[in-house]
Design a binder for this molecule. Structure first.
Ligand code: AHN
Ligand code: ZN
Length: 228
């Protein structure tokens, strides 16, 4: 809407010289309004799940990688200003992944594939095959889901298909052309397709279950340690 904002991505590179690379990302901002809530809709949500869950998984992955190093490169990218979007404005979600995709932090930056985490912490979360991910990076979806199943997390990694979502991976795919999937909570029974606490003040620690964080984190670590 023309408002100027100060925004910042947070980027960590592991093995910056390696040519084989995996890009892992999440958004670290939280929505400054609670437009899906009945009360206090002009107050920021905590975003324990919508934002922080993905950041938490990536921070734990960074900690594990420090004590169990890999040879391939890993980039952890935390995008700012993902969640300011308003339906009435095009491209108003994912502002700083749009910027990053067009102005990579290193000229010519490449990764073999990318994985976006968005709302990966709720009890009994279900992750579906989302259409943008299917079109851009089906082999990545296949191998992440297969890995999740092999580890016993079939209750989270579902094989149903879901319509496309404009999320950070959309711009990373379209602009930066890094094949990137979105692991995002899909609730087929809710009006929005997202969990009931989505964009409400209920997106607090009650929306977080360590078992879900573990399923996602363990699956990603397995993908990292088995990627040649
Ligand atoms: C849209 O609603 C267009 N995209 C969802 C992006 C999002 C918001 N992910 C978490 N919060
Ligand atoms: Zn959101």
């Amino acid at each position: 809407d023309g408002t100027k904002l100060q925004m910042r991505n947070i980027i960590a590179e592991i093995n910056p010289k390696a040519t084989r690379r995996i890009m892992l990302c999440a958004h670290w901002d939280s929505r400054p309004y609670a437009d899906e809530d009945q009360t206090q809709t002009d107050k920021a949500i905590l975003g324990a799940n919508d934002g922080a869950s993905g950041v938490g998984v990536l921070m734990e992955i960074a900690r594990v990688l420090k004590s169990n190093p890999v040879d391939i490169g890993i980039d952890l990218i935390l995008f700012d200003a993902e969640d300011l979007g308003k339906p009435e404005y095009d491209n108003s979600y994912c502002l700083v992944s749009q910027y990053w995709s067009a102005n990579l932090h290193k000229p010519g930056y490449k990764a073999n594939f990318g994985i976006l985490l968005d709302m990966v912490g709720a009890p009994d979360a279900k992750f579906a095959w989302e259409q943008v991910s299917i079109e851009a990076a089906q082999p990545v979806l296949q191998s992440v889901w297969q890995t999740g199943h092999n580890l016993g997390f079939a209750n989270y990694f579902m094989y149903y298909q879901k319509s496309g979502i404009i999320d950070d991976h959309y711009y990373v795919n379209k602009i930066a052309k890094i094949p990137t999937i979105d692991i995002i909570h899909y609730d087929a029974a809710s009006r929005t397709g997202f969990p009931g606490h989505w964009h409400t003040h209920n997106d607090n620690m009650s929306a977080i279950d360590r078992n879900t964080l573990k399923a996602v984190g363990q699956t990603l670590l397995e993908v990292i340690y088995t990627t040649k």
